[in-house]
Design a protein around this ligand. Sequence first.
Ligand SMILES: *[C@@H]1O[C@H](CO)[C@@H](O)[C@H](O)[C@H]1NC(C)=O
Ligand SMILES: *[C@@H]1O[C@H](CO)[C@@H](O)[C@H](O)[C@H]1NC(C)=O
Ligand SMILES: *[C@@H]1O[C@H](CO)[C@@H](O)[C@H](O)[C@H]1NC(C)=O
Ligand SMILES: *[C@@H]1O[C@H](CO)[C@@H](O)[C@H](O)[C@H]1NC(C)=O
Ligand SMILES: *[C@@H]1O[C@H](CO)[C@@H](O)[C@H](O)[C@H]1NC(C)=O
Ligand SMILES: *[C@@H]1O[C@H](CO)[C@@H](O)[C@H](O)[C@H]1NC(C)=O
Ligand SMILES: *[C@@H]1O[C@H](CO)[C@@H](O)[C@H](O)[C@H]1NC(C)=O
Ligand SMILES: *[C@@H]1O[C@H](CO)[C@@H](O)[C@H](O)[C@H]1NC(C)=O
Length: 577
Amino acid sequence: MWAIAMLILSFSSLCLAQPGEHIDWPRWCGKAYMPEYPDFNPGGQLFQPHVQRNLTLNVRFKPRYNIFLADEFEGEFFIHAETSDYHGVPWPHMEDDDFYYPYDVNATISATATGEVLAQGRLRASFNLHNATSDRPIYRFKFDLGKFKPRFEPYEVTLKATPIKTEIYVLPSKPKGNVVRIDNLSGGLFLRSSPGSKFEPFFPYGFYAPCEGFLCDENSVAKIEAYRSHGLKSVVPMMPASATSWNVYKSLDSAGVRYMYDLRQHYKNHSAVKEQVEAIKDSDGLYAYWTFDQPDGHSATHARMWKASSLIKQLDPYHPIAVSLGCDNYYFEEYTKAADIIVADAHPIGAGASRWQTSCNATYGSCGCDSCKGNAADVAIRLFHLAQYERWLNHWPKPKMQNLQTGPSGEKSLPVSPSAAEVIAMSALALNNNAKGVLPWAWPVDNATTALHEKFLRVMNRDIVNELLTRIPARKLRVKKKKELDVSYWVLNKTLMLSVVNLGKKSVRGPIVLNLPGIQPTKITTVLWGTAAWDHRELFKPMGMKLRIMAVDPLSTNIILSMLCCDDGPSHSGYYD
Ligand SMILES: *[C@@H]1O[C@H](CO)[C@@H](O)[C@H](O)[C@H]1NC(C)=O
Ligand SMILES: *[C@@H]1O[C@H](CO)[C@@H](O)[C@H](O)[C@H]1NC(C)=O
Ligand SMILES: *[C@@H]1O[C@H](CO)[C@@H](O)[C@H](O)[C@H]1NC(C)=O
Ligand SMILES: *[C@@H]1O[C@H](CO)[C@@H](O)[C@H](O)[C@H]1NC(C)=O
Ligand SMILES: *[C@@H]1O[C@H](CO)[C@@H](O)[C@H](O)[C@H]1NC(C)=O
Ligand SMILES: *[C@@H]1O[C@H](CO)[C@@H](O)[C@H](O)[C@H]1NC(C)=O
Ligand SMILES: *[C@@H]1O[C@H](CO)[C@@H](O)[C@H](O)[C@H]1NC(C)=O
Ligand SMILES: *[C@@H]1O[C@H](CO)[C@@H](O)[C@H](O)[C@H]1NC(C)=O
């Protein structure tokens, strides 16, 4: 038995040619976009891995957070164990069988260098394996952080069961500025604003913002304050770094606006990276580095990204690094390797018309949104694809964020701008599909668009919404025969948040029972958004109280909070600590 257990997990390894430095090539996501250039076979796509003949046991292993700090006492490991068609090792009785359950897995987690045991336990395969439907872990093991002396290099730890290694960072406490870390459970960001304070949920909802016409204007201080007054607490400045622009970051700090710092023009120049990271890393407002902007679209060289990323991590391990991806499926593994956060850059509304008078198909076209259909649903599809590629590669899911198309100033001057309903639907679809940040493109926008976001931010900035979105992975509910409804929910401490987007062009008439498994909503406490008609009622056993939706307008977004009953339901507080 043990011999089987000790088989090394075989990860799918891809043998891909490295694209060269093709910045000036007339290609987008590997496609030729000018008719006078020859077609180009892009390569770099991920495909569904081969399905194995027998189900296998797939175990993945991660620390709770990407970093721990010296002044914390307790650490936590996650183990995700599932039956898999693609990855893992053979294990007795994995196939559904009336007589035998899969064997339990004995797990021991130890520090690789010293062999010291940090945690031990059994994975109850018989109960849990077939239930592991989500990408998020189901086994949690606490350990004593005091066993690691703080240092900047990671420690390697080993899980003995099917042997797997991972790294953990136990960093010295940071004397100045904030720390932002990733919760490997939910994918959310947590920010601690000063040494000794608590890590708080942080959900960035903030526009891309140019220097010219906003941040670098003479009256930029007033403009930043006006921006903040709309409820916008974060921003992505698009700023050439220069002696004068540092003041902008000071103004953002004073106004309490947090930012993703723009390194995209400079990541290849190591002295520039050094200079800028050193200058910004201890500021109050920094929450991440926007290091790579659509490297896949431009076919940037992978190795340079990886080098820049390790340099940034050496200089500042306390903040995550983001990459925005323009392509749907183009060297995904290589282009995301250097980043902690993946930003989906899909601006679908009006997409499909080439800027270069070519057709938009598999070989031609830079058409605004790679492989998009040209409607709001593309946001959900793109986020689904990104998560699917991670599953195929057997990677732990990274936090995703969504660039949000907002107005006529949309990227590449797309000919059409989204309606208010489309903007909110795309934003809610991002939340529904587990985005942990929404980054609208681009400030300033017209007054009507400002008012729309201000209204939506009154929802997003509620403490409970922030907590739910950051601490809890979104769970999807598929509604039978109503494919046009994109439904997700979050549960924390007897509070349910439910979001329903109707992607269809027609109203959906109910009553439609939303049968959230094991959950009994008892009373809608707040309608956060939308005009759908709701109703709860006791449905005959075994369903108990269920929520029903009576009518949903076309292309509408509807978000509610509801109280939950009962103590004998399954525990959903497991996600909270
Ligand atoms: C696959 O499962 C079948 C039936 O359970 C078993 O007889 C066979 O040995 C398994 N093959 C491998 C490679 O484990
Ligand atoms: C796990 O440990 C238990 C108790 O020590 C033992 O009975 C069992 O065989 C072990 N399981 C495996 C798969 O090694
Ligand atoms: C797993 O699923 C089975 C069958 O659906 C169920 O009986 C069992 O209670 C579930 N286990 C957990 C821990 O939810
Ligand atoms: C690299 O950055 C340094 C520091 O900002 C700058 O002086 C130098 O000109 C840059 N080199 C190139 C090739 O841009
Ligand atoms: C894409 O369009 C071009 C030009 O119309 C055509 O030559 C090419 O065959 C098309 N490619 C595909 C995959 O349809
Ligand atoms: C999970 O934790 C690991 C190890 O610290 C870290 O490298 C990684 O970035 C985290 N993964 C995600 C998706 O946050
Ligand atoms: C937009 O709002 C600003 C500030 O409230 C106001 O000064 C301006 O006149 C408005 N513009 C339009 C076109 O209504
Ligand atoms: C959960 O809700 C109860 C009752 O509303 C409240 O007293 C408690 O503080 C909440 N716990 C957390 C962790 O939010």
